[in-house]
Structures are given as structure tokens and as C-alpha cells.
Design a protein around this ligand. Structure first.
Ligand code: PBG
Length: 328
């Protein structure tokens, strides 16, 4: 019979055919845009290690959200950056109803009721030790920390948050928070768990933005070892049993195998956090003219999606949304 050569290039021969057979599509619906909040009014400060990313006072953050919504972005995750004198050992500012963060969440949600408003649950922005848990004699206390996280969850839910994001990596926190929420009647508030959060050096620029670097040691007794895979399945099993609605892998680009692993094994939506260092890396190379910034941005986001992420937290959200909008 015939010995025909298989020619996969036929499916790549024109832009129209390539578009037709494209397996992964990036959409503005996939994005959650992280935003940094500071105290005051009419201030917008660029984060030096994250060109194009700013810390906003609430008034300007509201304008920024409006601009992003005009580009089709619907998901926002707000992180607070506090002055040192607001921080203490127990992160009490983290559950201060009248504090910067909770007041801002309230205003954001009342001005933009249709957005998906995500929060951060962890002690580090409010902790004088710069850790995600209560520190005693150089150790991070697990169960005592849960109580603080529960209090944060309650005030955030009350402020109108749609999705709570525990980013602390304490054991049992998803179940603890779910209970606190349900007992208070917040059964509709979702939990997106930072399930496989690795002890990564790619968080450096974020810690600059929030001034939240640990004052001593590192986060290796609670965040995962970058060498581990199976452990991500243990964390995911626990988070599902404890009631997480969505799972997250963080960082994204160096951990695409973990994204795929969770996507293949769980039915809930999988999120990837394309973290600050991943953003900084591409921006730095683009500034030097070593890479085409727009192209590597889209390629990176597409790769995260192809690996299995349904949702991507990314500092590129606004820039990528602009490009996706112009494409159509
Ligand atoms: C801490 C937290 C971190 C990030 C989100 N929440 C940093 C850390 O664990 O030290 C990092 C996000 C990024 O790098 O973009 N609760």
C-alpha cells in the first residue's frame, strides 16, 4: 500500500488553521489581579522590583479596579502593606474591623458588587516577626495561629469578600476557617487554599512590596520543599477533606508539573499564582531588551494554563487583558 509520510505541519500551515486547532486559549476570565494597598490618599508608589506594579491608597485603587474592569478583569486579590508601628506579635491589626484592610475591602465590594473579591489570610503583613504564624522561641506555633486566622476570616467575610485565600500553610487551617465561617452563617464565602505553596525565593519582590520579609530565619518549616511532589498530594487531599473550594499551586512557572498533578487528580478548579519574582524576571529581561516582554508574558501565561490552571493570579493581568482585547 502507500507509505505516506505523516505531515503534522499541515495543521500549522496558516494562521487560520493554527487558530482552528489551537488546544489552549487564554482568556481575561482566567485572571485574578493582585493589588497592594497602602494607607493615605492620592498615593501611588511603584514597587521598585516590579516595574508597572504599584501600591495604591484606596481612592486610587478604586480607579485602578475600574480601569481593569473596563478591560474585562473580574477577579481581584488585595494585599495590605502596613507601617511597622501597626505590626505586632499576634497580628492583631489583621482582624481590626476598623483597620485599613477591612475598611478597604468593604468599600471595594460596595462600589463593585459584581467583582470576585479575594483576600489574603496570613499573619505576615501584620506580624512584627514577618512570619505567617505566631512565633515563640524561634518556632512557628500551628494551632495557636489558627485562632488568629479564624478571626481574620470572619472580619473579611463580614466585609463582603467572595473568596478567602489562606496563604499561611499552617496545618488544619482550611477546616478551621470553614468551621468558623459556617458557624457564623457565611456558608457562601469560598476558600481558595494555597495548597502547594513552596518555600520559594521567587517571593522576594512581593516581600519588598509589603515590607513583610521574615525578621529571622525562613519559612521552610511551613512552606513546602521545592524538591517535593508527593507532598503536594497530601496537602491537596487535606484541603479537599477540610472543605476547600479551589486549590492553588504557587509559584507557577517553576512548578508546572505540580499544577498538572493537581489538575489530573482533583475535580475542583486549580489556580496557579504567577508570583512576583516570575513577573520581575520577565520585566527585567524585557527592560534590557533581551526578551520581547509581551511575547514572553503571553507565552508564560498560556503555558500555565496549558499545564492545567483554570485560574491564574498574575501581576500581568492588566497588560495581558489589553493584548487579548486588541486581538479580537
Ligand atoms: C504570604 C504571601 C506571600 C505571597 C503571597 N502571600 C509571600 C510569602 O509567603 O512570603 C507571595 C506572592 C508573590 O510573590 O507574588 N502570606
Amino acid at each position: 500500500m502507500y507509505n505516506r509520510m505523516r505531515r503534522p505541519r499541515r495543521n500549522r500551515k496558516s494562521a487560520a488553521i493554527r487558530a482552528m486547532v489551537e488546544e489552549t486559549t487564554l482568556s481575561v476570565n482566567d485572571f485574578i489581579f493582585p493589588l497592594f494597598l497602602i494607607e493615605g490618599t492620592a498615593l501611588k508608589e511603584e514597587v521598585p522590583s516590579m516595574p508597572g506594579i504599584y501600591r495604591y491608597t484606596l481612592d486610587l485603587m478604586l480607579e485602578e479596579i475600574q480601569e481593569c474592569m473596563d478591560l474585562g478583569i473580574k477577579g481581584f486579590c488585595v494585599f495590605p502593606s502596613l507601617d511597622e508601628d501597626k505590626k505586632d506579635k499576634y497580628a492583631t491589626e489583621g482582624y481590626n474591623k476598623n483597620g485599613l484592610y477591612i475598611q478597604a475591602l468593604k468599600k471595594i465590594k460596595s462600589k463593585f458588587p459584581n467583582i470576585a473579591l479575594m483576600t489574603d489570610i496570613a499573619m505576615d503583613p501584620y506580624s512584627s516577626d514577618g512570619h505567617d504564624g505566631i512565633v515563640e522561641n524561634g518556632e512557628i506555633l500551628n494551632d495557636e495561629t489558627l485562632e488568629v486566622l479564624g478571626k481574620m476570616a470572619l472580619v473579611q467575610a463580614e466585609a463582603g469578600a467572595d473568596i478567602l485565600g489562606p496563604s499561611d500553610m499552617m496545618d488544619g487551617r482550611v477546616g478551621y476557617i470553614r468551621n468558623v465561617l459556617d458557624e457564623a452563617g457565611y456558608t457562601k464565602v469560598s476558600i481558595m487554599s494555597y495548597t502547594a505553596k513552596y518555600a520559594s525565593a521567587f517571593y522576594g519582590p512581593f516581600r519588598d512590596a509589603l515590607d513583610s520579609a521574615p525578621k529571622f530565619g525562613d519559612k521552610k518549616t511551613y512552606q513546602m520543599n521545592p524538591a517535593n511532589v508527593s507532598e503536594a498530594l497530601i496537602e491537596a487531599d487535606l484541603d479537599i477533606q477540610e472543605g476547600a473550594d479551589m486549590l492553588m499551586v504557587k509559584p507557577a512557572l517553576a512548578y508546572l508539573d505540580i499544577i498538572k498533578l493537581l489538575k489530573d487528580n482533583y475535580d475542583v478548579p486549580i489556580t496557579a499564582y504567577n508570583v512576583s519574582g516570575e513577573y520581575a524576571m520577565l520585566k527585567a529581561a524585557a527592560e534590557k531588551g533581551w526578551l520581547d516582554g509581551e511575547k514572553v508574558m503571553i507565552e508564560s501565561l498560556l503555558s500555565i494554563k496549558r499545564a492545567g490552571a483554570d485560574i491564574i493570579l498574575t501581576y500581568f493581568a492588566k497588560e495581558a487583558a489589553r493584548i487579548l482585547k486588541n486581538k479580537i
